[in-house]
Design a protein around this ligand. Structure first.
Ligand SMILES: N[C@@H](CCC(=O)N[C@@H](CS)C(=O)NCC(=O)O)C(=O)O
Length: 204
């Protein structure tokens, strides 16, 4: 049986989403991160030599890598749904975006995240800015906006408050941009909370 080994707060959410969208009969096994260190539990790390999320098992198959897992599930269980075949005009786009996500995009986002957690300001900002160049809002109104919002959060955390506010002011009017309600409750904006420009955004 297809089993999705779902590590909380990780990219494996996408595989759970895929199985749900396809209405598959699959088993979901949850693994929680350590509340202090945020590290994956040893049982998760033991599933696959890569030790990364997502991982699926299916009979004797044990597979990591998001893009590979998506292709495997669609080919094996998708019955043609959610996939684009080589005979279709947008096949090249389909294959490109499927692999772009983790081949080029996510490494920069992960570097941004990890460097910001370590307080490595310049590296975190450089990775976040590189990510927004790779996926600008003009190319992807939803995910491009999300990546830019992540960059604004890094600017805020690392003390570049004017840059964070300037970016946020452009993002609030975008489809998929942060809504005032989100800005009000998300702790990542606490660094800006007392700034008059931020308060104007909340009122917008
Ligand atoms: N290219 C891999 C990257 C997977 C990856 O880096 N996953 C992160 C979680 S989002 C991970 O496993 N990090 C190690 C950890 O959280 O312990 C894929 O697409 O599956």
């Amino acid at each position: 049986m297809l089993t999705v080994h779902h590590l909380g707060v990780s990219q494996s959410e996408r595989i759970v989403w895929l199985c749900e969208e396809l209405g598959l009969d699959y088993e979901l096994k949850r693994y929680d991160r350590d509340p202090q260190t945020r590290l994956a539990p040893a049982a998760y790390k033991a599933l696959h030599p890569m030790g990364t999320a997502p991982v699926i098992t299916d009979g004797t198959v044990v597979m990591s890598e998001s893009g590979a897992i998506v292709e495997y599930i669609l080919a094996r269980y998708g019955k043609g749904r959610l996939a684009v075949g080589p005979e279709q005009p947008n096949f090249a786009d389909y294959v490109f975006w499927l692999h772009f996500a983790n081949g080029s995009m996510m490494p920069h986002e992960l570097i941004r995240l990890i460097c910001s957690m370590l307080g490595q300001t310049e590296e975190a900002i450089a990775a976040g800015e590189r990510a927004t160049q790779l996926l600008p809002i003009s190319a992807d109104a939803l995910d491009g906006t999300l990546i830019a919002t992540n960059l604004a959060a890094v600017y805020a955390q690392l003390g570049r408050h004017e840059d964070a506010l300037a970016l946020l002011e452009t993002l609030v009017s975008q489809i998929g941009g942060p809504a005032p309600g989100t800005l009000r409750v998300e702790p990542q904006w606490d660094y800006l909370r007392d700034h008059p420009r931020f308060q104007r955004l909340l009122a917008s």
